[in-house]
Design a binder for this molecule. Sequence first.
Ligand code: ATP
Length: 440
Amino acid sequence: MPDRMEQIVSLCKRRGFVFQSSEIYGGAASVWDYGPLGVELRRNVADAWWSAMVHARDDVEGLDAGILMHPRVWEASGHVEGFADPLLECKTCKRRWRADHIEESACPRKPSVAPGGHGDCEIGEPRLFNLMFKTFMGPVEEDASAVYLRPETAQGSYVNFLNVQQTSRKRVPFGIAQTGKAFRNEITPGNFIFRTREFEQAEMQFFVEPGADDEWFDYWRDQRLAWHKEMGVRAGKLRLAAHGPDQLAHYAKAALDIEYEFPFGWQELEGVHNRTDFDLVRHQEFSGKRLLYIDPGSGKRFVPYVVETAMGIGRSVLTLLVDAYREDEVGGDTRVVLGLHPRLAPVKAAVFPLVKKHGMPETAAALHETLRRARIPSFYDMAGSIGRRYRRQDEAGTPWCVTVDGETAEDQSVTIRDRDTLAQERVGLGQVANWIRERL
Ligand code: ATP
């Protein structure tokens, strides 16, 4: 069987989910562009996250902070000093690897062994490589105007903690949620959209009274695990992995990964972190401004602890694609299906005329128009045999195909075929939009 990741990368390109960035120039390493279907899936994932984390709750507010921030932010956060991975370089082939990924990497001269395993390898001492992208703000390229592209959205929530708390009149415990781009100059990006240098995060910082942090940490772990299952990810492919003391980031008291079993092994999909009061205290020190919370009820004064949930939206998209991908046999043919949750599927319904005559194309086009007006993403297709049209939609993850056929003119009904069960149901022409809406 061809490698599952290759199948997914190929499907993504073939159907317009994901393209390599700047492909006509030979590609930009580790940057990917979302095509027409991919952008819908990505937005649906981000919307589902926002809906669960912000709209469905009374204790989380949204924020959209800038990517560029005051450079002192990153000194306070510890990123200038500590956001670095250990880098190993081979003096023979000049290639570089993350020291903690060396065992899973391949020597370019002899891919069956890890770097260092070939007689000619000359691996140097590990040195720290800072992952932040640096650029310049304003027209002068000098050190004084250096700024960073944010490597996480979290800091925007910390520096706005009091702004959000006071304007929304929230009481602790409450959270601040953000989605947005983050940038990390990863030493070894790879595995398609799993690890990229530009990516989108969905992060939520939950501010709690010190002492309540352990309880909230468990609460958010359970909430986030449940969310991935609600999105349709198979429970058996998800697991929790707590970080040992030697794996904890500089700011964390406790951390765990929600892991998914990718074709390349169990890997982090989302992190849940107890960041204590580290960030707020550091911002107080570096900014000289107090970030103290005074509870209007009890009068208690404290710098809150923070429990963070941090997910990569692209990584969630990859998880959903991998998890939904399957091949099965239909009438002696192999079909590729993306069994995406209907809520996440880029296109909800495809509308086909069975043949290109007897008024069927007109009726089908009108139905397609009706669905679009009802804001149900719909796709009209009359090219090729009905079987081929079904196959294309199966690969795109479209849950329902609606066919206008010979009987439609007589009884004003159409056939709706279910992507997963292949069951066909007759539904009144005027009922299709409602029928779909009820199932979303
Ligand atoms: P790693 O140790 O794998 O580099 P991390 O533990 O530093 O990652 P976090 O800082 O916890 O990652 O980031 C939160 C989430 O953001 C991750 O769970 C992942 O989903 C996503 N993420 C982090 N780095 C990348 C990346 N380079 N590309 C895509 N998504 C990423």
